[in-house]
Write a protein that binds this ligand. Structure first.
Ligand code: FES
Length: 101
């Protein structure tokens, strides 16, 4: 079972392979906004996947198009609602007000 580590808090929880990063982040009690209900429409669940990028699900067109509209996107950017756990551990960085974004 993969683990999810969430920065900047450093909290780590176990996650189900095939489940959404968004759900695991919420289950960990972290603050993440989801205005569109996980439909890749709001972009509010934008995160950086710092480790485990090769293990998570590949980006689909809808997610890619939404990320193109968001300021501050980089090569580690994903929408947490569109990203599923693979077999490996994942570390994500949340982009709250504390992180300077
Ligand atoms: S929750 Fe809206 S894009 Fe992910």
């Amino acid at each position: 079972m993969p683990t999810l580590t969430i920065l900047p808090s450093g909290k780590t929880i176990e996650a189900e392979q095939g489940s959404r990063l968004l759900d695991a982040i919420i289950a960990a009690g972290e603050k993440i906004v989801s205005k569109c209900g996980g439909e890749a429409k709001c972009g509010a669940c934008h995160i950086f996947v710092q480790e485990g990028r090769k293990s998570v699900s590949k980006m689909q067109r809808e997610e890619n198009e939404k990320l193109d509209t968001i300021v501050g996107v980089g090569s580690k950017s994903r929408l947490a609602c569109q990203t599923l756990f693979g077999a490996d551990n994942v570390t994500v960085e949340l982009l709250g007000f504390d992180s300077g974004f």
